[in-house]
Design a protein. Structure first.
Length: 90
């Protein structure tokens, strides 16, 4: 699908410079930039949706873990230990 995007001269020049340096076409640079942006924003939306679901669940049941509990668990995981997720409590 062909789509046109109006760019100011400075941005066009920057894209062309990058394309020249990378030995790619300006079209390739723009397509990759848009793809990267869309993928990043889709991930951001998933994180936001997950956070909203977690908040809703917390409001419904009050189950949680403290920051200290989460930090301890994450530190043990980072150290290579095979530890279970701590139980949540009210």
């Amino acid at each position: 699908m062909a789509t046109s995007v109006k760019l100011d001269d400075e941005l066009k020049s920057r894209i062309q410079h990058l394309a020249d340096v990378r030995q790619r076409s300006a079209h390739w640079i723009m397509r990759e930039a848009i793809r990267d942006y869309v993928e990043r924003e889709e991930k951001r939306e998933l994180i936001k949706e997950d956070a909203l679901r977690a908040w809703q669940t917390y409001q419904e049941n009050g189950l949680h873990m403290t920051l200290e509990e989460a930090d301890t668990w994450l530190a043990r995981l980072e150290a290579g230990e095979d530890v279970e997720l701590p139980d949540c409590h009210a």
